[in-house]
Design a protein around this ligand. Structure first.
Ligand code: 3HC
Ligand code: NAI
Length: 707
């Protein structure tokens, strides 16, 4: 292609622009929010590189991203579909074989295939505040476009393992020490790229290819240590092991063969249910807040957040709001409890400093200037949003809402953190039910990602929008829920905990149930969780529900016995397990097995054996069956909202995508058949959800309802 040497020519495709300044060509990627490397982008980049090669005037090229970042990675939407040419490895190889030097100039974010693209360029720079990473393992994959090979050649085996296995991005400064980039740029990314390209030309350096670097030295110790570590931490995930295999291959095979091995492993992972589950989890995290009812609705302004009650939840919520930059006013019953709440918040912030999330100066500033702990409701008069986190009692909550109605300014949002209670009823005691919403945080509130936004019959759309905007600012995954006992999460939890208790009554030990559930991929089993939360919580909930309980329901009488014995869980040093130290895992206790055996005998139950597989199937079926009702009753807007709740609030293994995604992947008809079989023994507990029956009859899936 002919170009005149001294004028700037800018030619745009929709996705990649080609612009020449003197002898330097700038190729800029411009594809949506994250410049994902879709097939169209790959094809346009390929053409741009071809054109650069044939452009007699052009002597060097800069590849950069337009907009906020370099490149956020391969286009995840293409995963699971047949690969489209040019594939990313083909494109990167095409760039690398170019005989004229190509510089990657990165800013903002350079992730996955984006960083791999840069590693195929001959020189690399990153601007200050760039995040560089290979997060493929978090999607159930390994870097499949040369990442495992080129990083290992540049950084060595041990550092490549440390960089790729966690999938966490690093700063440009770390990337420089790892040898992944040559320099940190100054000025604009474009000018930094052109300056670097000019320097390369002046020094007559020419093209320089990572693939031509010598084979990295093997490091058997690092590889063995990584495999041992993963044996303990991978929780059944395959991708991290494949990363180790690919890195090891870099030390054994010539580049061409090693990259073919990396591709083979990548394509194998692409076919796994784990990859499908993790990609589902990636997208649902973003989709949960995309609700039709919120489209075009502006949230109300928030600057000061009120919190009523500074116990476990109130102090955590106040901490989360402070960390997100809000002024916080917390109300407690009296001075001593208010001071205790302030101490808890201080402790939470100190822990954030320890984890490097907050500077010491900021901590002091938050405590002295942004937080007010008071005993007088009048102090809430400036708050735009107040969240009550007082005792779980309708009478107390109603009293608090009536007080809030008196003191809050017009337009303020009134929220409750109740776990189970009817938010409509609380709203009814105010003169402004449209301003009332549930904001159900999970403990610890400043750590757990899930926030259920409970929308009542009267909540105004801009109040819901404000709740979602608040959740976003706090870094939460906010999920819309309708009003019912326990909302989405705790309602479903009650059912799968019920299934666990039924299995224990029938003969499984709590320790066997916990082991089977951990083997499924949950971080803890239900009985270890009960010990962590405190056995008093379950006891009080059972008491609260006793009046309305169906006589056919089964309750864990042994749990009541443990409660009365003072075995309240971790805080008492014993519950289902015995704890030498709080926060550590506990030891099973024969006394508990004996108590349960007595309860079985009292009910005339003859214990039978359970396999781990049956335990997992019953636990999951109870979860999915109730989740189907929650969707059918429109408590959850879509099945993906249920998946988000279980993933971000209840420890559901991310690589299984959530219960609805998991159910689809298993096949709904098998699940329904299981439920129908168990219903023959216990019709009350196992009656199939109508939605599940409908979907099976229509040969359909939960995902068909995600829209
Ligand atoms: N492919 C397709 N879409 C993507 C995408 C990708 N790689 N990354 C983000 N998106 C979409 C999001 O779904 C979202 O779409 P929506 O607006 O319709 O919901 C939109 O882009 C914006 O994304 P975010 O809201 O996440 O934007 P942020 O600015 O908050 O974050 C980001 C940007 C840090 C790039 C973040 O989006 C991210 O972490 N993306 C995924 C990065 C990743 O995992 N890359 C590796 C991909 S695998 C790979 O490259 C394989 C290779 O080895 C062959
Ligand atoms: P908590 O007992 O630790 O704290 C309640 C606090 O409210 C106490 O400090 C008490 O002094 C204060 N309080 C009571 N009445 C008050 C009033 N009228 N004015 C001001 N302060 C008052 O209870 P926790 O665990 O923090 O729970 C609070 C709420 O959060 C409950 O509705 C609970 O169901 C809900 N919740 C609890 C979770 C948990 O894991 N603990 C998780 C999610 C929600």
């Amino acid at each position: 292609m002919e170009f005149n040497s001294n004028y700037e020519q800018k030619i745009m495709t929709d996705l990649v622009s080609y612009e020449r300044n003197g002898s330097i060509v700038v190729i800029a990627i411009e594809n949506g929010a994250v410049n994902a490397l879709s097939q169209e982008v790959r094809s346009a980049l390929w053409q741009a590189v071809e054109r650069f090669d044939q452009d007699d005037v052009a002597r060097a090229a800069v590849i950069m991203g337009a907009g906020r970042m370099f490149v956020g990675g391969a286009d995840i939407k293409e995963f699971g579909k047949p690969p489209l040419e040019p594939t990313l490895p083909e494109l990167i190889n095409r760039i690398e074989v170019s005989t004229k030097p190509i510089v990657a100039a990165m800013h903002g974010v350079s992730l996955g295939g984006g960083l791999e693209l840069a590693l195929g360029c001959h020189y690399r720079l990153a601007m200050p505040s760039t995040k560089l990473g290979l997060p493929e393992v978090t999607l159930g994959l390994l870097p499949g476009a040369g990442g495992t090979q080129r990083v290992t050649r540049l950084a060595g085996v041990e550092k490549a393992l440390d960089f790729i296995l966690p999938g966490t991005p690093v700063t440009e400064a770390t990337a420089l020490t790892l040898g992944l980039i040559d320099r940190i740029g100054e000025g604009s990314v474009r000018s930094a790229g052109i300056t670097f390209a000019n320097e390369v030309l002046s020094a007559d350096k020419g093209a320089r290819r990572v693939s031509e670097l010598p084979k990295p030295a093997p490091d058997r110790d690092a590889v063995a240590a990584a495999r041992t570590r993963l044996g303990k931490t991978a929780h059944g995930q395959i991708a991290p092991f494949f990363v180790v295999d690919a890195i090891e291959a870099a030390t054994r095979l010539p580049f061409k063969d090693a990259i073919a091995e990396e591709r083979r492993l990548f394509l194998e992972l692409m076919q796994t249910p784990q990859r499908a589950g993790l990609v589902h989890a990636f997208f649902l995290e973003r989709k949960v807040s995309q609700l039709r009812e919120l489209s075009g609705i502006a949230p109300r302004n928030l600057s000061t957040i009120g919190v009523v009650g500074g116990g476990t939840m109130g102090a955590g919520i106040a901490t989360a709001a402070l960390l997100a930059g809000y002024d916080v006013c917390l109300i407690e019953r009296d001075e001593s409890v208010a001071t205790a709440a302030q101490r808890t918040i201080d402790g939470n912030l100190a822990a954030a400093v320890k984890r490097g999330k907050l500077s010491e100066v900021d901590r002091e500033n938050l405590l002295s200037r942004k937080l007010l702990c008071a005993t007088n409701y009048g102090a809430l008069s400036e708050a735009n949003l107040v969240i009550e986190a007082v005792y779980e009692s309708m009478d107390v909550k109603k009293e608090v809402f009536a007080r809030l109605d008196e003191v809050m300014k017009p337009g303020a949002v009134l929220a409750t953190n109740t776990s189970y209670l009817d938010v409509n009823e609380m709203a009814s005691v105010t003169s402004r039910p449209g301003d009332v919403v549930g904001l159900h945080f999970f403990s610890p509130a400043h750590v757990m990602r899930l926030l259920e936004v409970v929308v009542t019959d009267s909540t105004l759309p801009d109040v819901t929008a404000t709740a979602f905007a608040f959740g976003k600012k706090l870094g939460k995954v906010s999920v819309r829920s309708g009003v019912c006992d326990g909302f989405i999460g705790n309602r479903i939890l009650t059912r799968f905990r019920g299934a666990a208790d039924r299995m224990v009554l029938a003969g499984a030990s709590p320790y066997q149930v916990d082991r089977a559930i951990v083997n499924f991929g949950f971080p803890m089993g239900p009985y270890a969780v009960a010990d962590l939360a405190g056995l008093d919580i379950g006891f009080l909930t059972r008491k609260r529900k006793a009046a309305d309980r169906d006589p056919r329901d089964i309750i864990p009488v042994w749990a009541d016995e443990l409660y009365h014995m003072g075995r309240l869980g971790q805080k008492a040093g014993r519950g289902y397990y015995i704890y030498q130290e709080r926060g550590r895992s506990g030891e099973p206790d024969d006394e508990v097995n004996e108590i349960i055996a007595r309860c079985r005998a009292a009910k005339g139950v003859v214990a039978r054996n359970f396999g781990d597989d049956e335990i997992q199937r019953q636990y999951m079926a109870a979860m999915v069956n109730e989740a189907a009702r929650v969707v059918d009753e429109k408590i959850a807007a879509r099945p993906l909202d249920v998946d988000a709740v279980l993933l971000f609030g209840y420890g559901f293994p991310r690589h299984r995508g959530g219960p609805m995604h998991w159910a689809d992947s298993q096949g709904l008809s098998g699940l329904l058949a299981d439920i129908q079989t168990w219903a023959k023994e216990d019709e009350f507990f196992w009656s199939p959800a109508p939605l599940l029956e409908r979907l099976v009859a229509e040969n359909s899936t939960f995902s068909s309802l995600n829209g």
